[in-house]
Ligand binder design. Structure first.
Ligand code: GCW
Length: 657
């Protein structure tokens, strides 16, 4: 009896040792994969960053890779962060002007090989197009994450600064591998305490972990901190005592974190304090903070996400109205951070009119990687196409040296992504959500990369070299965001979400405190028509765009169909370019969205057995949830629209369940 038990126990242990734990470790390891290599790597010098780069190469690349040599070189064309990887005789050489540039080169080679490239043929050269590539964590000091769907905050404030969880290192590795070079640790809805001495020490511990990976730490600052922490009577930016308090605070932070990146500020927005409380402008507030960090080389990221209930005519116009007139007034180390669209991270928005409209101000684009309006963690929505679409949009403004006209990406000093990272084992709540973190970093580095190439490269590194898996998974990803647009509201409809969690449909909601929180404010549908008139006959928001763009948006016929109802209020019988009525086209889009999700699930089913069982099953279950909820969106939305317009559903479409 005992012997049998013992034999069983030994057998079990052996089985575990051979097969490894039952769960898919790769979920934790992200796109970096598991260690299996043994490549031969030599480093010149003993910089900590180069040693880390060599370790990454050794663990990721097999022993038969040509020997690799890492070295800093002078090559002005590479800038501070660019790399060059090339063959020299029998050796692969990775060069950059700085240690971190060489590290980026090492990750580029790993990416090249792990997505199917021949190491012997590697010839890679790249410099980042945008200087600051930042994650913004909306992490609270109590461990919760605003709009976070992947568990508690990664930062364990309780055990910091003493305990440096190895996970912080893995976080830094993942970010460095995609070129992210800064991270804002705490929520923009900031508590003053995040700038207190104990939290500075905690942030400093994280900064120490991140430093060799080329990642700087930033903090969100609460504008009223001089009152809450400093005991001052005011936070008026024009008061010398307030400026002195911030100067001393900056000095204190820089003593602990010499390469501190700077402050991110949400001011006079959704109840946050700011300079306007004292009759001062956003520029007054930002410049006062900028002066405090300037001697240390820091920046101020000042958010343009403002809308006031005092002007309910069109929320989409308010940020431009408040910020554009301040162009030229911001200090040189202020970066105005603008959300990609004028409302709030919808599945599709036009780009924000501020891009290109503030030529004398440094700008950042803010994207949301976490899927607040795209189905939280469960729905599959690959955001590569959303990010790329925005970055690639022409602003219509022509600048010197850019006579062909600039794109949004051309206007940027920084790109920020609101993080989707939490303490979940898979970091982001689902395997496919990891791709959004990955795509953000890749596009921040090079906004011209095609979203599909990024999807393939991610899939290869995440699931391995099986071509069927790479083809199928990347094709699913590429159709996924458009599917979400279709089942939540196509043709530029927006903000139809149930409040204020923003999960599920609520186009009928009309009873919230502020008019611009209500979905009915955005769709303006009635018996006769639907859409928000932003032309001259309506809010005239189109006048905030460059003349060439505004001229096209002035008429529905020349407005991109996917933004039609963002800019125009049209009769349900309006004829689309293909001759169908707007109502028929819209109704069919809901159906198409559902069909696309069902197709994604069928495609995923064909990969059973080709993806490890744990990750396969979780994604399959999530696609089942998404199928159910896409139908919920379609059926409830159609039921609501028909209750207004009294029109029958297009032929062949079943009545809502
Ligand atoms: O997207 C909205 C969110 C808020 C968020 C705000 C912002 C951090 O619903 O949760 O607050 O925007 O970006 O400031």
């Amino acid at each position: 009896m005992f012997r049998t038990l013992r034999r069983m126990a030994v057998g079990l242990l052996l089985a575990m040792a051979v097969a490894g734990p039952a769960h898919a470790d790769d979920g934790y390891r992200l796109w970096l994969g598991s260690a299996g290599g043994n490549a031969s790597v030599t480093v010149e010098g003993n910089s900590p960053t180069l040693i880390l780069a060599a370790d990454e190469l050794r663990r990721a690349l097999p022993a038969n890779t040509p020997p690799i040599r890492l070295a800093r070189v002078k090559d002005a064309g590479l800038g501070n962060e660019g790399y060059a990887v090339r063959r020299s005789g029998s050796t692969l050489v990775i060069n950059g002007q700085t240690d971190v540039a060489v590290l980026y080169g090492a990750f580029a080679l790993i990416r090249h090989v792990r997505s199917g490239g021949d190491p012997a043929q590697a010839s890679l050269r790249s410099t980042p197009r945008v200087a600051l590539r930042l994650l913004n964590h909306w992490d609270n000091l109590d461990g919760s994450v605003e709009r976070g769907y992947a568990g508690q905050s990664l930062w364990d404030w309780w055990t910091l600064p003493d305990y440096r969880d190895p996970r912080y290192t893995d976080y830094a590795r993942a970010n460095a591998s995609i070129g992210v070079n800064g991270t804002v640790l705490n929520n923009v809805n900031a508590k003053a305490e995040s700038l207190s001495a104990p939290y500075i020490a905690k942030a400093a511990a994280l900064a120490d972990v991140f430093r060799p990976w080329g990642i700087r730490v930033y903090l969100s600052a609460r504008f009223s901190a001089p009152i809450e922490l400093g005991g001052l009577k005011t936070a008026d930016p024009r008061d010398p005592a307030v400026a002195a308090w911030w100067q001393a605070k900056a000095d204190e932070i820089y003593r602990a974190i010499p390469d501190f990146g700077g402050f991110l500020v949400k001011a006079n927005s959704e109840g946050q304090p700011g300079p306007r409380d004292y009759g001062a402008s956003h520029a007054d507030g930002a410049n006062m903070l900028a002066a405090a960090v300037k001697p240390h080389g820091g920046v101020i990221l000042w958010r343009a996400f403002v809308y006031a209930d005092s002007d309910p005519t069109d929320r989409a116009k308010q940020a431009y109205a408040e910020f554009q007139p301040l162009d030229g007034q911001f200090a040189s180390n202020v970066i105005v951070q603008v959300k990609n669209g004028p409302i709030d991270f919808q599945p599709r928005e036009p780009v924000h009119p501020l891009f290109g409209a503030m030529p004398r101000t440094r700008l950042a684009a803010e994207f949301q990687i976490t899927k607040e309006y795209l189905g939280f963690a469960t729905h599959l929505a690959y955001l590569g196409p959303l990010f790329a679409e925005a970055l690639d949009t022409p602003t219509g403004h022509v600048t010197q040296g850019n006579e062909a006209g600039q794109t949004v990406a051309d206007t940027l000093t920084a790109v920020s992504g609101v993080s989707n990272i939490g303490r979940d084992r898979d970091w982001t709540g689902s395997t496919f959500n990891q791709a959004n973190w990955y795509a953000f970093g890749r596009l921040a580095w090079d906004p011209t990369l095609p979203a599909q190439a990024i999807a393939r490269e991610w899939a290869a590194q995440t699931f391995g070299p099986d071509a069927r898996v790479i083809d199928t998974a990347s094709a699913m990803m590429m159709r996924s965001r458009e599917a979400v647009v279709d089942y939540t509201g196509a043709f530029g409809l927006a903000h139809l979400f149930s409040s204020d969690h923003h999960y599920g449909p609520g186009p009928w909601i009309d009873d919230l405190k502020r008019p611009e929180w209500n979905p009915v404010y955005y769709h303006r549908a009635d018996r006769n028509g639907i859409g928000f008139d932003r032309t001259r006959t309506g809010s005239n928001a189109i006048a905030q765009y460059a003349p060439a763009i505004a001229a096209r948006l002035a008429r529905p016929e020349t407005t991109p169909p996917e933004l039609l109802l963002w800019f125009h209020h049209l009769p349900w019988e309006w004829r689309m370019a293909d001759g169908r009525t707007l109502w028929e086209a819209l109704a069919r889009r809901y159906d198409r969205g559902v069909a696309e999700v069902m197709a994604m699930r069928r495609d995923w089913a064909t990969l059973k057995g080709r993806v490890d069982p744990e990750r396969w099953a979780k994604a399959d279950t999530y696609l089942a949830i998404q199928t159910r909820e896409a139908k919920w969106w379609r059926d409830s939305s159609l039921a609501y629209w028909t209750s207004l317009n009294g029109l029958p559903l297009p032929q062949g479409m079943a009545a809502p369940e």
